[in-house]
Write a protein that binds this ligand. Structure first.
Ligand code: G3H
Ligand code: 13P
Ligand code: ZN
Length: 326
């Protein structure tokens, strides 16, 4: 069991204020997933250099990978690193796709400032009851909670869904009221991973369902909405991966213009995992292909981290609009 501490002891912040400012300012807070030191440093350096608030996000399996005891200290290290770099940006540590009360509680008790309870695969009432249980525990400790209504296509951690079930706007008000959540993840056509759509040559990527988002905004005005599965799957990285021995055919993501539009709406948090994985993998493949004798991890993880910094800065500046908002 990780030792018990409160997120404020680690220098972290919950999502309340940063969402309020994002909503008023028409931008979104980036939520970047990480599971190792180079990813974490790349995210922090990128956010410090672009002066952006950030949500550091870990799934249950990423937490296990990094080690539940070690992980909060990584986040604490990130806070200190940001300060040493000269910018005390707001940093939240968030559980991504938590699926049980016990997991959410364990994260809160170990220093997370925000948790997601993803009960979207349960029927409405069950989802609401489980989410409420987490909210009650979290709010007593000033930890913020994200819920989810509607199911994304693709893989949500261990739960796989062939098709997506868009969020039903008419359920949102009751869910927000019953659960007391601080933000809500919705399904409007995004999905997890690097293969978001099956598009034949010459075919357009189907646009996100902004009509559903607008309907939700009408029903819960000013309430923070979250977009999962929002990587753009930059074709340049896919090309690089394939050029240096990889095999990522038909990888396709959400066009940046659609994310820009979402960021200006009630969408206050945009989740990005796959794009960071792609950036690092592309560079690591290149280093190995060009230097087959290399075996010092710094020589491939270092350039991969540098690439992640570039990617994070680009997203904050040109897609989410969070640059300069810290
Ligand atoms: O939404 C899921 C995230 O991309 C995390 O995935 O379970 O492989 O860490 P993971
Ligand atoms: P991507 O796979 O599109 O990066 O989505 C990540 C995500 O939603 C994490 O919760
Ligand atoms: Zn997700």
């Amino acid at each position: 069991m990780p030792d018990t501490k409160h997120y404020t002891d680690l220098g972290l912040t919950n999502t309340k204020e940063i969402f309020k400012k994002a909503m008023a300012g028409g931008y979104a807070i980036p939520a970047y997933n990480f599971n190792n030191m180079e990813q974490l440093q790349g995210i922090i350096i990128g956010c410090v250099e672009s002066k952006s608030p950030v949500i550091l996000q870990v799934s249950g399996s990423a937490r296990k990978y990094a080690d539940p005891t070690f992980l909060p200290y990584m986040a604490m290290g990130a806070v200190q690193m940001a300060k040493a770099l000269g910018a005390g940006i707001p940093i939240a540590l968030h559980l991504d796709h938590g699926d049980t009360f016990e997991l959410a509680k364990s994260c809160i008790d170990s220093g997370f400032s925000s948790v997601m309870l993803d009960g979207s695969h349960h029927p409405f009432e069950e989802n609401a009851a489980l989410t409420r249980q987490v909210v009650d525990y979290a709010h007593d400790r000033e930890v913020t909670v994200e819920g989810e209504l509607g199911v994304l296509a693709g893989v949500e951690d261990e739960v796989s869904h062939e098709v997506s079930h868009f969020t039903k706007p008419e359920e949102v008000e009751a869910f927000v009221e019953k659960t007391g959540v601080d933000s809500l993840a919705i399904s409007i056509g995004t999905s997890h991973g690097a293969h978001k759509f099956k598009v034949k040559p010459g075919e357009e990527i189907p646009p996100l369902r902004f009509d559903i988002l607008e309907e939700i905004e009408k029903r819960v005005p000013g309430f923070p909405i979250v977009l999962h599965g929002a990587s753009s799957i930059d074709p340049a990285y896919v090309k690089m991966i394939n050029a240096y021995g990889g095999k990522m055919d038909d990888a396709v993501g959400i066009p940046a213009e659609q994310l820009r539009r979402a960021a200006q709406s009630a969408v206050c948090k945009i989740n990005i995992d796959s794009d960071g994985r792609l950036a690092m993998t592309a560079v690591i493949r290149k280093v190995f292909a060009e230097n087959p004798a290399e075996f010092d991890p710094r020589k491939y993880l270092g350039p991969a981290r540098d690439e992640l910094v570039k990617m994070v800065k680009y997203k904050n500046e040109h897609v989410l609009g969070s640059a300069g908002k810290a």
